[in-house]
Design a protein around this ligand. Structure first.
Ligand code: SF4
Length: 351
């Protein structure tokens, strides 16, 4: 791993420290069933508020990501590639080697108090899930939310983690003084598919319970229906079941997003596909022949179907509760909502 070179006289130390923004690295394991097999790399980051690269079409400019790697272990995870920047494995390594920026709350508080900060919207959960299991132990989010609340700084969170409900009081306090938007990622409700493709995540029904709880408390909560997985979760009856469940949970919006397979995710997903659905490998090669994205006609078809279902179940069409920033993303169409900036340590993904 690159930061093994972070000794004072290492020829690489300055460059590596700059790359990771890390002052120090402590590696820990915990022998509890929840964290067995997982290694945590605690780092003292130099900065926590990242600017989205200029070329990005993402609908926000600033992000905070207190973790790298994600124990939710979604096979298709778009963020896998970012682990390679740390010389870490993008497969099992991404699921089990978790980087924790232990000083994230204090760094954020300092940044929000600085003169140069203009109170812009901050997006969280844009790279990996900030409410993954590690958050149960490290408890970084309460400090982060507390800082945002104290500075009345608008923010949004995208997550699959039910742990967000732990912070409901803080979210409510923040929502009293600023714009707060939460999106929960639920791509489908098929339990068999969930167990194999998103093995470390809470079940889709539990995530919809989060939507129910948040909207019940007056917090805007939409569903990012991501990813819709071709040939596995895109049948009309599957789309209908998902949108019906999303509507039943009281989501203020539903935004579909078709699976995309960038390097890192593509290899890992394809090996999973070959093990679990070998008959689909050739069809995927065809569908993703042009690169990371399914063809536009396919994306448009899914988007249209989901929007029609959303209207039928009364979620749209105005999507009044949708966080403003995400409404802007949707307005730019599927490419805007899935757009990625150039590769680099601040690469953004959507859960
Ligand atoms: S898709 Fe999201 S929840 Fe799943 S592993 Fe990636 S970051 Fe974690």
């Amino acid at each position: 791993m690159r930061w093994e070179n972070l000794s004072p006289d290492s020829a690489h130390s300055r460059a590596d420290a700059a790359l990771f923004g890390a002052e120090a690295v402590v590696t820990r394991t915990f022998d509890t069933p929840e964290f067995r097999g997982i290694t945590f790399h605690e780092i003292w980051a130099r900065s926590i508020v990242n600017r989205v690269p200029g070329a990005s079409r993402m609908p926000f400019e600033w992000t905070v990501n207190p973790y790298r790697g994600c124990t939710h272990a979604c096979v298709y995870c778009f963020a896998r590639k970012t682990h390679s920047y740390l010389d870490l494995d993008t497969g099992l390594g991404f699921d089990s080697q978790i980087v924790v920026k232990v000083n994230a709350p204090e760094l954020l508080r300092r940044r929000l108090a600085s003169r140069s900060w203009q109170g812009e919207h901050i997006a969280m959960g844009t790279n990996v899930d900030c409410y993954q299991r590690a958050e149960g132990r490290y408890r970084l989010m309460p400090g982060i939310l507390g800082a945002l609340r104290d500075h009345a700084n608008p923010f949004s969170i995208l997550t699959k983690g039910t742990l967000i409900l732990r912070d409901l009081p803080l979210l409510r306090q923040a929502a009293e003084v600023t714009d707060v938007g939460v999106s929960v990622s639920v791509g489908f409700t098929d339990a068999t598919l969930w167990r194999t493709v998103e093995p470390g995540t809470p079940a889709p029904e539990r995530r919809l319970d989060v939507v129910r709880a948040l909207t019940g408390q007056g917090i805007d909560c939409g569903v990012l229906m991501a990813p819709v997985i071709p040939f596995l979760s895109d049948r009309p009856d599957q789309l209908r079941a998902t949108v019906r469940a999303v509507a039943g949970a009281g989501a203020t919006s539903v935004t579909p997003l078709v699976l995309h397979l960038r390097p890192g995710a593509r290899e890992w997903f394809t090996s999973w596909l070959a093990r679990h659905h070998p008959h689909l490998v050739a069809r995927y090669e065809q569908l993703y022949a042009e690169g990371a994205y399914a063809p536009k006609w396919y994306q448009r078809r899914i988007t249209r179907q989901v929007h029609e279902l959303a209207e039928e179940y009364g979620i749209g069409p105005t999507r009044t509760g949708m966080p403003r920033r995400l409404r802007q993303a949707e307005a730019t169409g599927p490419a805007g909502a899935t757009g990625h900036p150039a590769d680099g340590p601040t690469q953004l993904t959507l859960l």
